[in-house]
Design a protein around this ligand. Sequence first.
Ligand SMILES: [Zn+2]
Length: 458
Amino acid sequence: MIGALILVLTIGAGAAGIGYLIHYNAQEHRAREALRREEEARFRTALLHELGKRRGSSFRLSEFIAKCEVPDDLARRVAEDVYACYYRKVIADGVIAQEEQTRIGLLTRALEIDQEQVRRIEQYAKEQTYSQAVDGVLADGAVTDDEARSLESLRRGLGISKQDAFRLTGDVSRSSYLATFRRIVRDGVVTPEERAELLRCKKALALSDDQADSIVRAEALTLYRETFAMVVQDGVITDEEEKTLAWLQGWAGLPDSDVAEYHARMRIVKRLAAYREGKLPVVRTRAILEGGETCHWESDCTFEYKTRTRLNEITGNLIVTSRNVFLASHSKSFSFKPSKILDIMRFSNGLEIKVNSGQGSGRYRVAGAEELEAILTGVVRKHKYLLCENYSSERTRHIPDEVKREVWDRDGGRCVKCGKSDYLEFDHIIPHARGGSNSVNNVQILCRRCNLLKSDRI
Ligand SMILES: [Zn+2]
């Protein structure tokens, strides 16, 4: 009974006491730490003073410890640190002069630093020096020729192997090399200067070809996709852009099968660009044409047009020739000259055409709106003998690079609808033809499939 009571009391007192004890211990610990640091600092000052006075030659640490009456472990810790500081200063330039070597020898004896300690301190100091130099060079994001050379000679001077260099700065190297790679690829064109910069960066970071390749390869497909989406967005692929994509594919070690879909799309984009320039396709037609008239397009079409009271729909056959645009249907047929076209607006499922004549203004729903738009633009260009750049179509759809980048980052390089990351396109949320702007808020990433499924009605 009494035993139980004592037990209860003990537990009670214990519980109350633990909180106090923790608090007390923490306080006491802090106080002891402060005292120790103070003692170390005092001893360090005294040690440096004594070393300076005696130039190290006749100095022996153990005698000095006895004289100063400080704990042995504390004194030896301070001595080791003094030695490490001196050593770091000496190797900062990557070169140890004969005189410095002598002084280091004297100091190891005076401070009674054994071979094992020497090895450890020196190794650590060299690694620190090298890592800090790398950090310094990478801080501003670009590596100059001089920086690359001096890092390389520092590494050699310190006797750090390439493998060790990569172990030491691996994370920094990895992210910095990748950042450089991304930066130079991002505008869709890699210039010879940029290639040289990448080589410099590789050299400065002491990366082997394999290491450099593996760093980039992991992200290469993503980079390829991003670059591709950026490059094709304005409907034009320049030779430089095409070269950059091929270069990227080579760097990434992407097999042709991985990018076959992209190559196919690239051919389409280039074909459409040629149409817009006036190099038009010739297709067979059952329609009766005049002499010298060629057919450029024929396909099923649903034509929507508004009268004052309602929206009408006609289903028929749309034919675009070198001289006419005409819609043939059982219920109603009409035609107009390409020169009468005032504006062409493309939606994913059709075109809206404004015509300066009695009939023809309205929306043409077709499969392959992109192709029809390109062909019509080319035809109109030939008729008007002028650039059709004021059309609501392709040219002004161009989204500025910085907007594309921001959208790409915001959407994480994925289709916002289905989350897929292959074959992505920049899409205007409010269609460009409906007055939607080229701003970050109005642009999103969709995969080609989701983009084609999206109807542009708002
Ligand atoms: Zn999608």
